[in-house]
Design a protein around this ligand. Sequence first.
Ligand code: GDP
Ligand code: CO
Length: 394
Amino acid sequence: MRIEIPREAERFGSNLIHGIQKVYEMDSGLPDDNGTAGKIVKRISYDELYEIENQMAIVIPVKGEKIKLIEGVLFGIPHQCLVIIVSNSSRSPVDRFQMEKSAVENYCNFTHKNVMVVHQKDPVIAKAFAEGGYPELLSRKGLIKNGKAEGMLMAKMLAKLAGKKYIGFIDADNYFPGAVHEYVRIYSGGFAMAKSPYSMVRVSWSSKPKIVDNELFFAKWGRTSVITNRYLNELMSHYTGFEQEVIKTGNAGEHAMTLDLAMLIDYSAGYSVEPYHYMNLLEKFGGLNEPEYPEVMKKSVEIFQIESRNPHLHEQKGEEHVDDMIYAALKVIYHSQVTPESLKKKIIRELRQKKIIGPSQKPENAIYYPALSKIDLNKFKAVLKDKDYASGFK
Ligand code: GDP
Ligand code: CO
């Protein structure tokens, strides 16, 4: 792989946010092939990517997606990754989860891929969260709550128990298996460049195909991303005193983190989970509060934003969905203790103008989850030790 070295970077306390990077070659050959790295591009050999992927779990959150799409996603993930499918699909009247499981088993007969399939409502995993001291994720029924963010948190603990070093997320509703392959390579390429054990890689789609006037049009920015990125950048500019636009991946559903970082940060529920990563990094490692983790502050937290070349095509979920996503992102920016009053006022104005909230309404708060580091790993593990999906755990 050949990736350009980040052209710009913004520092915010201990956070180092790298500007967008472009990939020049998906495959740049063996370590001693010609065209060695210069000052502006980094060449990452296949072996290096392989080693990282060997320590990586790729999580596919699923809720009632077409089985064909899930198979396509599996096809795109390199063999050396552990795949964790967290499904919240219905179990009755049709047991969609069972259908997914059989399809995956069948696929694995051909590939021997390492795939763990779990249901979000698995009572044993819920019990592990309860005994490990993390009741926040559980509903009144004692099962893990609904939602993609909740499924992601569950998967983070499974990846941790499997002894993985990296965790990446890829939505199940992706129409291009080739894009999935590219996302994983972007994750491992990003980690190969990282200097800190606390790092994150976010994919910026180069285009999203749409039909406009009967022609295919490759839009670059989604309507939600434009707004989320604008507010996140304004917040950054407020503190640095320089106007900048370094953040381009406020809504990156496709992202990966080192497990060390994944265990330390707080999360928010729903569609705000991805924008909230930035907010929580600013809150925790921005140097604005008394540092909770001085050792992380010393090493810094690195955020890479890497552009994919494949177009991003997923299931269309309608106009209303866009407003929901904008609201989710702006809610967590509005309610953060690091957001200045002036920006809060702008957010209110934006939401009222878009009629997302009423003329006298203020944005409601989101639901937040504390860092997973508070879980007692031994207790968590003890509950799961006899389950068959626990066989991959160390
Ligand atoms: P969008 O791409 O941001 O518009 O959101 P989607 O509705 O496509 O959801 C993203 C991914 O999360 C898809 O793969 C969904 O199947 C999955 N998903 C949605 N809700 C849930 C849930 O409650 N639990 C789990 N595990 N996955 C979910
Ligand atoms: Co989608």
